[in-house]
Design a protein around this ligand. Structure first.
Ligand SMILES: Nc1ncnc2c1ncn2[C@@H]1O[C@H](COP(=O)(O)OP(=O)(O)OP(=O)(O)O)[C@@H](O)[C@H]1O
Ligand SMILES: [Mg+2]
Length: 386
């Protein structure tokens, strides 16, 4: 039987983003190969060929490339030098290694925004041991954000500190090496725009979403679309996000994380070169999901329509405090009984506090009703020791 889609996709990383990417292409029978450190990962069962190995291992990445037509990644911490080497030998990598190299280093990323006149909060890049010696008065307010240039994810590697703590040299040991010190933006509204750009330069963004963060763990608590910010802010956020991806000459899917300040200024916080937590709701709520859009780009198909069909709220299901290891989930019956609620379970064999175990999306023509349903469900959905 002839398959319409014969392109084989290689994904570096076997986590939930990879799983949802594969799920988006299930109706098309696309073949996927996966590289991940352990078979105990969300993508294992979906792989045509599973390569067990470090995401930094040049030989393993080359092995993946040798059996795939296009390479992508679902996490930033991968061997970027190998990606660049493969590209120089004709392998298609989406997004390119050069882009990932800028994004992997928060210092290079901030400098890129500055060089391209893309609004971002003021910053300096220093060695963490010098933090106490720099002129902190360049940052208004009492707090400064310290970010490890490399290696951070899900808020780990980010610390909001008082100026006095920094002046006394109390920058945590985790911040060994280069750090970005940036202005703490108080009372921000966090927005995200997912932008798709294909090899022909066609560009299309998804309707802006608003994120609500859990301040304890710096992880997204829930997000909703459409955002309730004013239309001119939405337009400005969209324009800035598209400008950023055009400046990057990015091919792929990008999540542009934005801060809306109390003064109405829109700043780029960071860009993720992959499907993103803030786009999970697009699976059910938009004509084309962020995952399908990336597939379309990798398969050389036209970009899909990104409009929102109905308001949506997406909530992460996070591993409960004090539960580590095998688990069960409370509240499943309630979730499955709720009209418009959709569960995505990531198939992780063990839980730990703060780990993303799954998410659910609630659709409702009335956004407030969707928020309320989501809050009620979130209270009930708890991982418990098995
Ligand atoms: N300059 C800032 N002012 C105020 N809050 C900030 C600032 N920088 C970061 N934060 C807060 O910390 C969160 C995490 O920061 P950032 O996105 O830079 O780190 P990350 O580890 O890459 O996060 P993730 O992987 O979750 O996107 C932000 O979403 C925001 O809530
Ligand atoms: Mg972030």
């Amino acid at each position: 039987m002839t398959q319409p889609f014969s392109t084989k996709i290689g994904i570096i990383g076997g986590g939930q983003l990879g799983k949802m990417l594969i799920e988006s292409a299930k109706p098309w029978n696309v073949e996927f190969n996966i590289l991940e450190a352990s078979k105990d990962c969300p993508c294992f069962e979906y792989a045509s060929t599973f390569i067990e190995g470090s995401l930094m291992d040049a030989e393993k990445i080359k092995e993946l490339a040798s059996i795939s037509d296009v390479i992508t990644y679902e996490i930033e911490h991968v061997g970027v030098e190998t990606l660049k080497f493969l590209e120089s030998n004709g392998t298609v990598v989406i997004p390119s290694g050069a882009i990932l190299e800028v994004i992997q280093d928060k210092g290079l990323q901030k400098q890129f925004y500055l060089d391209n006149n893309l609004a971002t909060s003021p910053f300096v890049i220093i060695d963490s041991s010098e933090a106490s010696t720099i002129g902190l008065d360049r940052f208004p307010g009492n707090r400064v954000v310290v970010k490890s240039c490399t290696g951070g994810y899900d808020g780990k590697g980010v610390s909001i500190m008082s100026k006095s703590d920094i002046a006394e040299g109390n920058v945590p040991a985790v911040f060994n090496g280069q750090v970005v010190l940036e202005n703490y933006v108080p009372d921000v509204t966090e927005l995200s725009v997912i932008v798709a750009r294909n090899a022909a330069g066609d560009i299309r963004s998804f309707p802006i979403v608003e994120m609500v963060f859990d301040p304890e763990i710096n992880l997204v608590d829930y997000l909703f679309a459409p955002s309730t910010v004013a239309n001119d802010i939405k337009d400005d956020a969209n324009t800035l996000s598209i400008k950023a991806i055009e400046a990057l000459k990015g091919v792929g899917i990008f999540a542009v994380e934005l801060f809306l300040t109390q003064e109405g200024e829109i700043l780029i916080n960071e860009i993720a070169p992959r499907p993103h937590n803030s786009g999970h709701h697009t699976i059910e709520a938009n004509y084309t999901s962020q995952y399908e859009q990336l597939m379309r780009i990798m398969l050389n198909m036209p970009l899909g329509e990104t409009d929102l069909i109905t308001p949506a709220v997406m909530t992460n299901i996070i591993g409960s405090e004090n539960v580590t290891g095998a688990y069960t989930l409370d509240g499943l019956q309630d979730l499955m009984a709720t009209k418009g609620a959709y569960l995505h379970w990531y198939n992780k064999s063990v839980t730990k506090p703060g780990r993303k175990m799954g998410h659910f999306t609630v659709l409702d023509s009335d956004l407030d009703a969707a928020v309320k349903k989501s809050h009620d469900l979130k209270k009930k959905l708890k991982t418990q020791p098995r």
